[in-house]
Design a protein around this ligand. Structure first.
Ligand code: HEC
Length: 168
């Protein structure tokens, strides 16, 4: 027979597991885009340095994006391609003062290609998560207009600033 105490203990445990699971999940961006799983293991497409923001950036992509980049198939990028820009504050290397290395993690931002679904924004869905706690950026779905304000400058390059870095 299961006693009342035991049932209570199980209920408490159930709630604890639920809270832990919820605590581990990163909330979606205000336009519904979820943080892409596994992005920390994606491969390199390019890299940049923003001298005004003093940030090191690495541009990585999922398999579809990396295949397209290596094959030069980026005009336009294929549906399913996701590019991420990961940014860190610059830090002077403690053993080599002329080397700038990643300091604090600043943000991760994404462009998700789906020509039909995101037709209103040039075929790309935009999302950004800020800081180590990965706080979704934007008050509401209109934050995308901010992204477009800059990315319109590269409309003719399928809205991408990045040209895949040359490889031997
Ligand atoms: C102030 C201008 C500006 C705004 C606003 C902006 N971007 Fe960008 N974005 C850039 C520039 C410049 C680059 C390329 C160089 C870099 O910053 O490293 C870039 C690069 C990117 C890249 C890498 C692919 C590419 O185009 O080169 C992604 C992904 C990206 N931005 C997502 C976003 C998202 C999501 C938003 C909105 C939340 C956004 N950007 C808003 C200027 C901007």
């Amino acid at each position: 027979m299961i006693g009342l105490q035991r049932i209570t203990a199980l209920m408490v445990l159930g709630t604890a597991i639920h809270v832990m699971a919820a605590g581990g999940a990163v909330p979606a961006a205000p336009n519904g885009i979820e943080l892409p799983k596994g992005y920390k293991d994606w491969r390199v497409i390019g890299s940049s340095y923003r001298s005004d923001k003093k940030q090191l950036r690495v541009i990585v992509g999922n398999d579809t994006a990396v295949q397209a980049a290596r094959a030069g198939n980026t005009h336009p990028w294929p549906d399913g391609a996701i590019l991420a820009k990961l940014a860190w504050k610059e830090k002077v290397d403690e053993h080599w003062p002329t080397a700038l290395v990643p300091g604090d993690f600043a943000q991760a931002e994404f462009m998700v290609k789906d020509a039909k679904k995101y037709a209103a924004t040039g075929g790309w869905g935009y999302a950004r998560w800020v800081g180590m706690d990965q706080k979704p950026y934007g008050k509401d779905a209109n934050f995308v207009q901010e992204c477009l304000a800059c990315h319109t400058a590269v409309k003719n390059n399928d809205w991408m600033f990045t040209h895949p870095a040359p490889f031997p």
